[in-house]
Design a protein around this ligand. Structure first.
Ligand code: SIN
Ligand code: FE2
Length: 214
């Protein structure tokens, strides 16, 4: 039987670095409500595989809600107020999302965080996200808040240089990671997702990352 929740010593919240906090199970109680909102968002702005500026199709499927959405194409990475697929604004950020992100950020020492973007990533077994920095935002005093749902994943927590050795941190359904301050530009990624079936999400992991783009 696969473990879907952190157990034993892994159950504890953990300061990962200066400005970075892992909140175990922080979003667990709201998972069903979060999923219902994600389904509504994906009905209006379906998950899609973006192409990197280098021409590679990303294995993670993505969509967004909020005032802007993170998009990538041959021209580069950017925040766009419209979904390029439909030409319409992204679905609005549900109040539940905003409230959760603001509360998590405050726990990590970033009061008053007001996300204007939620990027939603969908992983299936084998999907990975290579080490990268989140650096397309306008204001690095604002943190990133990341919520994990569904299948467990290994979060790669690197340093400020791409070549710094990355720690491997298991993330479970309901876990929230906040990184800001001195950790805001740390490299991070997701190791290839293992096979499995989650009671709520099946063979998927969903990740919500909240950002302040402008
Ligand atoms: C991201 O870096 O945008 C997502 C990280 C994750 O899926 O946990
Ligand atoms: Fe990221």
């Amino acid at each position: 039987m696969q473990d879907f929740f952190a157990d034993g010593p892994e159950r504890k919240d953990e300061k990962l670095d200066e400005g970075a906090l892992l909140l175990r199970g922080f979003a667990e109680g709201m998972a069903a409500d979060l999923l219902a909102e994600i389904d509504r968002i994906a009905a209006a702005a379906p998950f899609r595989h973006l192409v990197t500026p280098g021409g590679f199709r990303m294995s993670v499927a993505m969509t967004n809600c909020g005032d802007f959405g993170w998009v990538s194409d041959r021209r580069g990475y950017r925040y766009d107020p419209q979904d390029p697929e439909s030409g319409r604004p992204w679905p609005p950020m549900p109040p539940l999302f905003l409230d959760l992100a603001t509360r998590a950020a405050a726990m990590a020492g970033f009061p008053g965080f007001h996300a204007d973007v939620c990027l939603i990533n969908c992983y299936t077994p084998g999907t990975r996200l290579t080490l990268h920095q989140d650096k397309d935002e306008g204001d690095f005093t604002q943190p990133i808040v990341s919520i994990s749902l569904g299948l467990p994943a290994v979060f790669l927590w690197g340093g400020l240089a791409r070549t710094d050795k990355a720690r491997r941190i298991p993330l479970y359904h309901g876990d929230v990671v906040v990184w800001g301050g001195k950790s805001r530009l740390r490299y991070h990624g997701i190791a290839p997702l293992k096979e499995g079936s989650h009671p709520l999400l099946g063979a998927r992991r969903l990740n919500l990352t909240f950002r302040r783009a402008r």
